[in-house]
Design a protein around this ligand. Structure first.
Ligand code: ADP
Length: 169
């Protein structure tokens, strides 16, 4: 049974077995959560991402997929990178957003991670409306078949926290 919890603030300050990164397919860093994770995690995280690009993920990580690296200096054992979909008003991409959560938890299971912290994937530069992203994220986690004991959504600001709280209950 997975317990859903909420926290407000900077995900790079969280302590968890794994911290999920809202990465982009290049795996080589970006803004938002991605930038913060690489800044605080330090060069080891980027080094491992580069190795992934040089080996199994030559074309990058596809949207909806997930892959783990070290967490470097973060207070976690692993970073699980996943690529959220860019929001589209004309095409329903919610299966890809759900897939990010499902795949991140699948990777967490292979690692033996029991606590996993997620940001609000796709709700930043990728433009997904917060209420809908919260619905998709919470439903995907609740439906996942995983040994992860705690999924913690870490929301950057008060509004995002309220929106997720309304879903998690
Ligand atoms: P995406 O490209 O998937 O939209 P972003 O990183 O731009 O990813 O934003 C995803 C969400 O993470 C946004 O709601 C943003 O406010 C939030 N966010 C940005 N920085 C942090 C952080 N350090 N910790 C937690 N959440 C963050």
């Amino acid at each position: 049974m997975t317990t859903l919890t909420l926290a407000q603030g900077d995900i790079t300050r969280e302590r968890a077995d794994a911290i999920v990164n809202a990465a982009n397919s290049s795996l080589l860093g970006g803004g938002g959560v991605d930038g913060a994770i690489h800044r605080r995690g330090g060069p080891e995280v980027l080094q491992e991402c580069r190795r992934l690009r040089a080996s199994r993920y030559g074309k990058g990580l596809a949207t909806g997929q997930a892959v783990a690296t070290t967490a470097g200096r973060l207070d976690a054992r692993w970073v699980i990178h996943t690529v959220g979909p860019v929001f589209s008003a004309t095409e329903d991409r919610s299966h890809l957003l759900a897939s990010c959560h499902r795949e991140a938890l699948r990777v967490a299971d292979t690692l033996g991670a029991r606590t996993v912290a997620f940001p609000a994937i796709s709700t930043g530069v990728y433009g997904w409306p917060l209420e809908d992203a919260a619905r998709v994220a919470v439903e995907a986690v609740r439906a996942a078949d995983t040994a992860v004991e705690e999924v913690r959504f870490v929301l950057f600001d008060a509004r995002a926290h309220e929106v997720f709280a309304a879903r998690v209950g």
